[in-house]
Write a protein that binds this ligand. Structure first.
Ligand SMILES: Nc1nc2c(ncn2[C@@H]2O[C@H](COP(=O)(O)OP(=O)(O)OP(=O)(O)O)[C@@H](O)[C@H]2O)c(=O)[nH]1
Ligand SMILES: [Mg+2]
Length: 324
């Protein structure tokens, strides 16, 4: 849908954010937006659904598509995460392929290439987390050489940037270039829109994000969140908006239920309090959040539940790696 009443100098661009898990895709989006919209944790596979985030610089609308990290997988849910990444960048103007400078670049590139398994158009490589490296270490990485090797495998890689999404260094070079190649034309989102996803979606993201923060080791991957009820009060009224949310944290085994609840409910209380604060900031008013923990064995292979959390069936098979 295009909006009417557009400024004559309006421009727009859609950029897909890609990479293996945990490289900092959502962190870069949050840096660009100027606030923490997308869920970020130090654990891999935080993002599970692709979605749009919108920022406007002067008259240029930049639509950033956050995607789940592309990775090797056999599990039904993880196949669907890779599919989300492919769907997310299907008709973008440019892809930003993020690579974590603190990890082996060749391995990351190979993991991405083998499991993305789809043609990839115009792409810029973004080497990120440079704040974690000394200048000496950075120089030893020979980034131009690595980029040239990657380009031999994916010829649509055009150029590379070296940034930090944490302290924002050199991110302006990227946004400047995105604005430069944006096409003249109408904006797709209303002036104050920030995403194509609902507050209900972000409520599940923030609950899962806080669960990831509060729980150790493998458990987060075996955990999903569904909203059972989302009621809003005082919408379009002078008074502050209020919301009542009832949500379920779904786990795989009864023992995990006990871990999520914690001794005398201490863990679930911590998850609930911190998630509520983030949801309140989004809603702009007080929120009552009721959390329940449910056991659904092997939910990550359960088609109905996967569809409920926004992950339709995948259509992929894996590529073969030919070393050049
Ligand atoms: N120091 C530093 N840390 C970063 C940077 N970018 C991301 N991180 C950290 O890296 C971790 C992963 O960041 P995310 O943004 O969740 O990564 P992601 O690529 O979205 O991960 P998935 O959604 O799981 O695929 C978090 O702990 C971030 O704080 C950066 O530029 N510098
Ligand atoms: Mg993410």
């Amino acid at each position: 849908m295009l909006l009417t009443d557009q400024h004559p100098h309006n421009k727009s661009i859609v950029a897909g954010i890609l990479g293996v898990p945990n490289v900092g895709k959502s962190t870069l989006i949050n840096y660009l937006l100027g606030f923490d919209l997308s869920a970020v944790t130090h654990k891999a596979q935080t993002t599970r659904n692709q979605f749009h985030c919108v920022l406007t610089i002067d008259h240029t609308e930049i639509i950033l598509v956050d995607t789940p990290g592309v990775h090797k997988t056999t599990q039904e849910m993880n196949k669907r995460l890779n599919q989300q990444a492919r769907d997310g960048v299907e008709s973008v103007d440019v892809n930003l392929l993020l690579m974590d400078l603190t990890k082996d670049l060749g391995k990351q590139f190979q993991e991405f290439f083998l499991n993305f398994n789809s043609e990839i158009g115009k792409t810029w490589v973004i080497f990120t987390k440079k704040d974690l490296l000394s200048l000496e270490k950075l120089a030893t990485l020979d980034l131009p050489g690595a980029f040239t090797k990657f380009q031999e495998v994916i010829p649509s890689l055009e150029k590379f940037y070296v940034i930090s999404a944490k302290d924002g260094s050199d991110v302006h070079l990227l946004t400047g270039d995105l604005c430069d190649i944006a096409q003249e034309g109408p904006h797709h989102y209303m002036k104050d829109a920030i995403s194509n996803k609902s507050e209900r979606f972000f409520a599940t993201e923030y609950i899962r994000e806080q669960a990831f923060h509060c729980l150790d080791q493998e458990l987060p991957y075996e955990l999903a969140v569904t909203i059972d009820e989302f009621k809003e009060f005082n919408v379009n009224k002078e008074e502050a908006r209020k919301a009542f949310i009832s949500a379920s944290i779904i786990v795989n085994r009864p023992s995990q239920r006990a871990i999520v609840i914690g001794r005398q409910g201490s863990v679930i209380k911590k998850i609930g309090t911190s998630a509520r604060k983030k949801i309140e900031a989004m809603v702009g008013g007080p929120v009552r959040l009721n959390l329940h923990v449910k056991v659904a064995p092997k939910w990550f292979n359960n088609n109905k539940l996967l569809e409920e959390i926004g992950l339709p069936r995948a259509t992929d098979s894996r590529r073969v790696w030919r070393q050049r």
